[in-house]
Design a binder for this molecule. Structure first.
Ligand SMILES: [Zn+2]
Length: 493
């Protein structure tokens, strides 16, 4: 792995980074969206992607250019940047998609990498085998062996300053994904696409997607730039960014437009079903759905593609701002309410709170408790781990109310975190803002914090005074703790 990626700031495993692309002397800020440009059909021109939408990088398919008499010669003579009229970074795919669709392609990794370099690509891709979800372990292992050999072949090709990707496969076998990632990272390639996850996204299998990404991330070093290949729907950018994906590519903006589908951060709408455009972009401000629906195909597809791009780039900016301010989890919690399967994705991501915690900043602006899922955020996990290391005095009162002189020392009890020593009272995340009407998960998490502290301090006499925690949470406090002041409260879910 070469050194071309720098992380500026983390939130969870999400990060703001800079990808240096030496061939065109461009630095791409990540998370970044790469619009997919079809060399034959350009719904929106690359120049417009750059000037109107701020695209710093795009992706096009070198295999299509290679196979077309009409496109190959100009690309070889003038180079991709001139033929496409785009001054940002250009990544090229290799034909792996066509391989997956049609079973075979007539080009080798050596040939296609040499061609990508010749046409001036900034980031080239070997021909990997995109192993679909749900195949047997044997098939996934066998196909990864082929991809791994090709990554080896790619290392021997003279690619000059062109960055080269090392796609990671492994189907829906997380351990194979993790192993493949570790092997890909041991090559001298630069960028790591997570391959063949499009079927998972198309089928809304976000829990499986999160498993695949989390496993890949475990196999990669922290400094590796990660591309979620084929992830073009803005409703899942925040979730994928929170896992540490840096690059997304969107063919969806154009493909969906051609099908009269309208992207939103909460899902997909069909033009026919809209009476109002729920969006502030120029297309949606200047037109009504009825007007757009009656336009000719070309105008209608172009306007829908422009809207789809505006929403997608807008969401990438929102994700970046959220990482900068340390509010990515709040954004993810809001976004996943768009679809129940996204909630599954988020809950799966929270299964890996420990993995996210390693890069999560110690201090952020604010912690908003927004749903029962907030109780499982990495900040809560981290506080519980800290409680397991804290020394308590011989006698300690843990209270949601005031200090009592009957006790030597008292600590505050803060839901969902649990006991908080006086010294940490004003420290993030213990300053979290929570609703007055908390859910059971919040109390259970706080009780879990009590248990962690009690476990770590077997000699201490603990007393807990709470203001009506539900019995289900009080019941999990260790028996040797004296629990006082309990006034039953109706449990809320
Ligand atoms: Zn719009």
């Amino acid at each position: 792995m070469r050194d071309n990626f720098e992380v500026r700031r983390y939130d969870g495993a999400g990060r703001l980074g800079k990808l240096t692309v030496p061939r065109s002397s461009v630095t791409v800020e990540t998370p970044a969206l790469l619009p997919v440009v079809n060399p034959h059909v350009q719904t929106i021109s690359p120049a417009q992607l750059e000037s109107q939408f701020g695209a710093e990088i795009l992706i096009t398919n070198s295999y299509i250019i290679y196979g077309s008499d009409q496109l190959r010669e100009p690309a070889l003579e003038e180079g991709l940047h001139d033929t496409l009229d785009f001054s940002g970074a250009i990544m090229t795919d290799s034909g792996s998609f066509q391989l997956a669709e049609y079973g075979n392609i007539d080009v080798t990794t050596e040939e296609i990498l040499a061609f990508q370099r010749e046409i001036g690509s900034d980031i080239g891709t070997p021909v990997d085998i995109p192993t679909p979800p749900d195949v047997s372990r044997e098939q996934a292992t066998e196909e990864w062996e082929t991809t791994r050999e090709r990554l080896g072949v790619a290392e021997s090709v003279d690619t000059g300053e062109m960055l080269v990707t090392a796609p990671i496969q492994g189907s829906t076998h997380p351990d194979l994904r993790e192993q493949a990632a570790a092997e890909a990272a041991s090559t001298d390639h630069d960028l790591f696409p997570i391959g063949a996850v499009v079927p998972l996204m198309n089928e809304y299998r976000f829990a499986d997607l999160v498993e695949a990404v989390a496993a890949t991330k475990r196999g990669l070093p922290e400094s590796a730039p990660v591309h979620l290949f084929g992830a073009g729907h803005p409703m899942m950018f925040a979730l994928a960014a929170a896992l540490g994906c840096d690059l997304f590519d969107s063919a969806a903006y154009a493909l969906y437009a051609r099908d009269d589908r309208y992207l939103t951060v909460r899902g997909t709408e069909h033009l026919d079903e809209l009476s109002y455009f729920p969006c502030e972009c120029p297309v949606c401000t200047e037109h009504t759905p009825d007007e757009v629906a009656t336009m000719d195909d070309e105008s209608r597809h172009r306007l829908l593609a422009e809207h789809n791009l505006a929403v997608s780039f807008g969401e990438i900016r929102r994700v970046k701002e959220a990482i900068r301010r340390g509010t990515l989890f709040e954004l993810v919690e809001t976004r996943v309410r768009g679809h129940p399967t996204l909630v599954d994705g988020y809950r799966t991501l929270l299964d890996y709170a420990d993995q996210l915690e390693t890069t999560d900043p110690v201090a952020k602006e604010s912690f908003f408790y927004l749903s029962a899922d907030s109780a499982r955020r990495p900040e809560v996990t981290r506080h519980h781990d800290r409680l397991g290391r804290l020394d308590a005095p011989d006698e300690l009162l843990l209270t949601t109310g005031q200090h009592s002189d009957r006790y030597e020392e008292s600590w505050r009890l803060v839901v969902p975190f649990g006991p908080v020593p006086r010294s940490l009272s004003d420290v993030y995340p213990l300053t979290a803002e929570t609703p007055d009407r908390l859910d059971r998960s919040a109390y259970l998490a706080a009780a879990d914090g009590v248990a962690r502290l009690v476990e770590a301090n077997p000699e201490t006499a603990f007393t807990v005074v709470h203001d009506g925690w539900p019995e289900s949470a009080v019941g999990t406090i260790p028996d040797r703790v004296t629990v006082e002041g309990y006034t039953p409260q109706e449990e809320q879910d």
